[in-house]
Design a protein around this ligand. Sequence first.
Ligand code: ZN
Length: 105
Amino acid sequence: MPTLREKIRTLLEEYAQDARALSRALGIREKEIYPHLEHIRLSLKVRGQQLRITPYQCRLCGFEFKNRAKLHPPGRCPHCKQGSIEPALFEIRTSRGRGAKASSD
Ligand SMILES: [Zn+2]
């Protein structure tokens, strides 16, 4: 039986989705998703994969949290000081060229 993290990985390899969608799919709370994502993000590097993040975005002014290192949602927008934040999307991509078998040429 796959572990929770394996299930999350499988879901994110299929398509990009936010933590709420993951929490619904897995039957756990949304805030429990983030520590798992953090762990998955670290473990992916070894596998030649990466966690792609479509950043959180302010619904009011459009500010994108592009340089946010943390995965859990920000409380409010630093630009307009409002708390209406569009959720980030997470997706697992296999990076090309690294860890792949060398071609014969
Ligand atoms: Zn804003």
